[in-house]
Design a protein around this ligand. Sequence first.
Ligand code: SF4
Length: 387
Amino acid sequence: MKGQEAKALSKFRDPAVTRELVRKVNSMVKENFQGTHIKLMHVCGSHEHTITYFGLRPLLPESLELVAGPGCPVCVCSTADIREAIEIARKGATLCTFGDMLRDRTPYGSLDDVRGAGADVRMVYSPQDALKIARENPQKKVVFFGVGFETTSAPISSLVRDDPPENFTILTSLKRTSPAVEALLAGGEIAIDGVIAPGHVSTIVGGNDWKNLPQRFKVPTTVSGFEPVDVLLAILELLEQIRDGKHELGIEYQRLVTLEGNVLAQKMLAETTDIREAYWRAMGNVPGSGYYLKPKFEQYDARKEFGVHFEPEPKKDIPPGCKCHLIVTGRAYPSDCALFNKKACRPDAPSGPCMVSGEGTCYIWYRFGSTPELRRKLIGNPASEVS
Ligand code: SF4
């Protein structure tokens, strides 16, 4: 991080400000929500990282729950999509994807497995890297397995506008996050009192993409940044709305997010993709939640090029004993999973999808779940200060 950037961000980690916000949240709950349980959902692995890494949960009242929603793209990528990538690699293509996707396991194996068996599977850091491999190797059929939410969907889909070579195609598993939260609320399986909407995604889609939550579902919603102060400010704003009986859209992350979002990126997505129903691992079909290449770009569609298509198999999405389907829908914590408690599922040997990626809740809890010394260093000794 450059000096100026670090300085600007440091105020969002300021221990004194953080302490004061923690005190305010505790007072707010004590004064206004005695005997009431409040559940706030965030929808981004980076928010879970901030909450866990900085130890915010233990500083807040027990009656205020912060649960994770479907905010990890690796966790919700379907078994069928991964199976298609495996099949394409087996057919002799050079399959490029982000590192985490290599370890995302299915009953049909993982991309790491087929790589071990001799397939040309490569980890890349960006879709442009895959395009470069295709340009430098015209004799190979190169496929980019693109998995992600709105922030990665725009650069991935835009590849088809860059006049890619004939040997390059894309296997898409690209998703929109707000329809997934709407589906959760519509399903009624979980009662959520407020939503902390993802800042990164909202830089692209804009705050307006979340307006259905307050308007249709009457759930207070605030787009938040990723520093401790951001998250605490968002929590305070949501609590104020709940206290006042309001359900509005707020943007805490105003330094980067506007209501309209990144119009250029939205235009790029609209030019290259259609929006249709998509299947989410652990959630099933969600209307309007998937980006798919437009028919006019079908020559870049890897499913068509390699003739692969597998139907989702919900029963095969989650391995026995794994609770990821409950964790990504805010109905369980990693500590509710016996495999987590016994350390039988670990980042170096993940059993379920939530332990694979740095955005997965189980991974984050495993790595940063108990950092009292860090918490004390950053925020002081909370036990004596929040009563
Ligand atoms: Fe699934 Fe592993 Fe998390 Fe348990 S610890 S819920 S098995 S990913």
